[in-house]
Ligand binder design. Structure first.
Ligand SMILES: Nc1nc2c(c(=O)[nH]1)N[C@H]1C(S)=C(S)[C@@H](COP(=O)(O)O)O[C@H]1N2
Ligand SMILES: [Mo]
Length: 337
């Protein structure tokens, strides 16, 4: 796999500090008696060296539990990880507000257990997974994937999950099935963005997404149930969300309750909202710009202040060309954006 032999620019001096050292550094500063509580508010708000404390600003109770995934070598990509803290606090989850900090705050009490995921439609054996089934019925793997948001920022995330094809196999799609449709929970009582058009960015909920069946069956496509060794926090799409690493992040739908096999291309939230800006395919492509900005490069979210994050070139299919290019042979990727 291409994942192991990363290009030189996939890592820079800014990013080589691994998560462990990041934690150690915080420990050292703590020992020196510099804790967030002792800092004046003005300094806390200042994007300075004290950014290192940002994660401790809203000390939410970490309710996540450790998982014990397999770690297949081919998916332990040698990439500088985005610090856990940033993956937990810089989110897109419009059901909990449109700014990046809102989901971590507003989703804290989101109830993800009990939970049910239903697989239905053009299948021989409809499946219902309960909360425990999500963690117990499949072989969980840790997979380090690049995540590229359509907004031109990116992260490297150590997901825990299982191939979507393992679940689809359980349901046994009929020969008419050509697409897979996904749906997020609809619960305006719990999701303030669903209760208010302003908070929810004008989206018609529930959030829906879709893949062609061959994309859904690709071994890279996973349902994620955790990251950084633990189950997912609500803001990352607990208890189960899709991860399609060669597509823009909005395809990776969160907090899924329904998966339907269909014979027609299903509607997708972002292409319904702005069809000229977001398509069904949404394959990461540095040569096809968004109408309002370039997709040639991206801001990688690594260590340090969000403002100092470095730009790096965006890769075709987000670096997964070897694994997925064959899916799109003969398809005009400019038209099918
Ligand atoms: N239901 C739902 N799923 C969603 C979104 C959302 O707003 N609602 N945002 C998407 C976008 S734009 C991105 S970039 C990723 C972000 O995932 P993360 O917050 O775990 O990094 O989730 C995707 N899945
Ligand atoms: Mo995104």
């Amino acid at each position: 796999m291409k994942l192991i032999n990363k290009p030189r620019w996939a890592i820079s001096e800014n990013d080589v500090t691994p998560e462990g050292v990041y934690k150690q550094r915080r420990e050292i500063l703590k020992k020196l008696g510099i804790t967030l509580a002792t800092l004046p508010l003005a300094q806390q708000a200042n994007a300075s060296i004290f950014d290192i404390f940002k994660g401790e600003k809203a000390p939410a109770v970490d309710k996540r539990i450790a998982l014990n995934p397999q770690k297949p070598k081919e998916y332990q990509a040698d990439l500088a990880l985005t610090p856990e803290d940033k993956i937990l606090k810089y989110n897109n989850f419009y059901e909990f507000g449109t700014d990046k900090a809102s989901p971590a705050e507003l989703a804290q009490n989101f109830i993800t257990d009990p939970w049910q995921v239903k697989v239905a439609g053009l299948v021989r054996s409809p499946v219902t997974l309960d909360y425990d089934d999500i963690f117990k019925k499949f072989t969980l793997e840790e997979r380090i994937y690049r995540l590229r948001c359509v907004e031109a920022w990116s992260m490297n995330v150590p997901w825990i999950g299982f191939p979507l094809k393992d679940l689809l196999a359980m349901a046994s799609p009929t020969s008419d099935a050509k697409y897979v449709a996904f749906e997020t929970l609809y619960d305006p009582k719990q999701m303030p963005g669903q209760a208010s058009r302003r908070l929810g960015g004008g989206i018609n909920y529930p959030y829906v997404e879709g893949l062609r069946l061959d994309e859904a069956m690709n071994p890279l496509t996973i349902l994620a149930v955790g990251l950084y060794g633990k189950n997912l926090a609500p803001q990352n799409g607990a208890p189960v969300r899709l991860v399609v690493p060669w597509k823009y992040g909005f395809k990776s739908i969160k907090s899924i309750v329904k998966i339907s096999l269909t014979d027609k291309q299903p509607p997708t939230t972002w292409s319904q909202l702005a069809p000229s800006e977001y398509g069904f395919y949404a394959n990461v492509n540095p040569r096809v710009d968004h109408p309002r900005w370039s997709q040639a490069s991206e801001r990688f979210i690594g260590e340090g202040s969000l403002f100092s994050s470095r730009r790096q070139p965006t890769m075709m299919f987000n670096g997964y060309q070897d694994e997925v290019a064959s899916l799109y042979k003969g398809l005009d990727l400019k038209k099918n954006y």
